[in-house]
Design a protein around this ligand. Structure first.
Ligand code: PLZ
Length: 453
């Protein structure tokens, strides 16, 4: 176990003195994690996988400390969730107060102000200055499901178009919307009907301009589905699980224009791109598109489970009274956490921080690509960056190399995630609170793993 710490200055401290350093005191996984993993295998469905072989004990800033005392660099944020940092101070204080006041009344039974305040914040923050309404749920998939319900109720049409490489969740309808079969869909059918797939703008692999890719997608939609039957188009402004696919400029605005002209609801799934992650509060802002509905989750509440659909009031109010709801939707703990997280994003200007993080990651890997052609593409925005690995001779995806790099980084105490339809993407989703030195060290470890692979 060679520890090549790049840091020469004293490590910084975070809240509660959580030292912001990579520190390995055992092999990865250590003995306590190994014991817990044996228990996990004996108690938890084997279908629930884990990326890391260690178990968490504490987290904050840019580190996760495991049960053996190892301090790992976090470049995953629990899949783009803890943007404000794990156990962010404002979030902790708000939840501690709320949990002592009341934990649950069900907003549909006895409402409470924090749910309304979250809706007001989402209506203010999401793109567009039109009259908006919001509805709160628990998971991203649940919010996507409800966005489709709302769009169908408003348009009185049924068909929904999703895109190649899309990911929208693991429920029946969202599996139908999701593109990749394994591990998300295989064996779980039949899937919801009236879901159709259109080609995505994937510049690194299709070489098309945004308008060209949009023309291709719209032609298929018009010929195979027909606007008269189409309730909604749903798309991630930057695709997440599918490989951090950034559509070519002009693709999204062309789809928004076509949808508006044809009575089709445009749904932006900002579950992974939302809340400062991409260097804007919402990724839709980058090209100035104004979605009819915006789906949010992940970064919304500092780690507490919360999701939302926010959109044009006339669309959001289309379903009949009582048509939207659920027992836990907008749980009060999650709502106060969201208000604290939103305050943190704005007060600490984490949008600017995300852009700075992205500049660091992109420059380091584009420099590396100059001497290593296995790096086929470096893309993304803000603190949502992807490195696509390929066979330099054929440009074919190299999932095996990607897996080796990730596994080596994990063993050296860096939490980094892979993704992509072809499994050949290393993605970077660090907490926006990660110190610069720790980010640089995490990148060093990944680059060392690449060089050794
Ligand atoms: C764009 C986009 N829409 C919807 C979802 C679904 O959000 P839930 O909160 O996981 O249901 C996601 C969740 N992405 C991570 C899934 C991880 C896994 O399950 O293996 C997303 O990224």
């Amino acid at each position: 176990m060679s520890i090549d710490t790049a840091t020469t200055t004293a490590p910084t401290l975070d809240r509660d003195g959580l030292v912001q350093e990579r520190r390995l005191v055992t092999e990865i996984p250590g003995p306590v994690s190994r014991e817990l993993m044996a228990r996990k295998l004996a108690a938890v469905s084997s279908a629930v996988g884990t990326t890391m072989p260690v178990f968490a004990a504490r987290a904050g800033g840019g580190v996760v400390v495991d049960v053996d005392g190892n301090s790992l660099i976090d470049l995953g944020s629990g899949i783009a969730v803890t943007g404000v940092g794990n156990s962010a101070p404002r979030v902790v204080a708000a939840v501690q107060q709320q949990v002592a006041d009341f934990t649950h009344t069900c907003f549909m039974v006895t409402p409470y102000d924090s749910y309304v305040a979250v809706a007001e914040a989402l209506n203010r923050l999401t793109p567009g200055d039109h009259d908006k309404r919001s509805a709160l749920f628990n998971s991203g998939a649940e919010a996507v499901e409800n966005a489709v319900k709302i769009a169908r109720s408003y348009t009185k049409k049924q068909a929904v178009v999703a895109f190649d490489h899309a990911y929208h969740g693991r429920t029946n309808l969202t599996m139908a919307l999701t593109a990749k079969s394994m591990p998300y869909k295989s064996g779980f059918g039949p899937f919801a009907s009236e879901i159709y797939r259109a080609p995505m703008s994937y510049p690194f692999r299709d070489g098309l301009s945004g308008p060209e890719a949009a023309k291709r997608a719209i032609s298929l939609i018009e010929k195979q589905i027909g606007a008269d039957n189409l309730a909604a188009i749903i798309i991630e402004p930057i695709q997440g699980e599918g490989g951090f696919v950034v559509p070519a400029e002009g693709f999204l605005p062309a789809l928004v224009e076509w949808a508006s002209e044809n009575g089709v609801v445009f749904i932006a799934d900002e579950v992974q791109t939302g809340f400062a992650r991409t260097g804007d509060m919402f990724a839709s802002e980058h090209e100035g598109i104004v979605p009819d509905l915006v789906v949010t989750a992940k970064g919304i509440a500092g780690g507490l489970p919360l999701s939302a659909v926010t959109g044009r009031a006339e669309i959001m109010d289309a379903p009949h009274a009582g048509g939207l709801g659920g027992t836990y939707g907008g749980n009060p703990l999650a709502c106060v956490a969201a208000l604290a997280a939103i305050e943190t994003y704005e007060a600490d200007d984490l949008v600017s921080r995300a852009r700075a993080i992205g500049e660091t990651i992109v420059s380091r890997f584009r420099d590396a690509a100059a001497s290593d052609a296995r790096i086929g593409d470096v893309r993304g925005r803000g603190a949502m960056i992807a490195v696509e690995f390929v066979d330099p001779e054929t440009n074919e995806p190299d999932a095996a190399l990607t897996g080796r790099i990730a596994k080596a980084a994990h063993a050296e105490g860096v939490i980094v995630l892979t993704c992509g339809t072809y499994g050949n993407i290393i993605r970077f989703l660090p907490p926006l609170t990660i110190p610069d030195a720790l980010l640089d060290e995490g990148i060093d470890v990944v680059l060392q793993a690449l060089a050794a692979s």
